[in-house]
Design a protein around this ligand. Sequence first.
Ligand SMILES: [Zn+2]
Length: 156
Amino acid sequence: MSEVRYMEKAIEAALQNVISKHGGPFGAIVVKDGKIIGIGRNEVTSSNDPTAHAEVQAIREACKNLNSFQLDGCEIYTSCEPCPMCIGAIYWARPKVVYYACTKEDAAKIGFDDQFIYDQLALPMENRKIPMKQLLPENGDLPFRNWENSHDKIEY
Ligand SMILES: [Zn+2]
């Protein structure tokens, strides 16, 4: 199957999601060695999960199918340029390439504007809309010290 055909499948998932009123107009698929191993659609409102973006859903399904926490050698096709959260998830999953159809500017035009997150990230913590404050009790770094000293941890 060609790259365009895979993208059409991601777009079809997005379209069906709108038609079925299941969630936002976003779909994504994960492909490995020419095989679709994950399909995701936006399920934020239907599952009451603000992290249920199409890319995250597709990554979860693909990793489950691969029985791995990495998407080595995989391609992600998403109907829209990923938001900052999904870019983070994609970097953690480490696929080899991401293809997107619509841009974040296209998404902003219909009310999905994630520019404010990019703007927030650039601000010092004390100036952000959602306060983020350090609160470190004594031994708050104990998990880190245990991790550092562990000899049988699964690194990722
Ligand atoms: Zn996202």
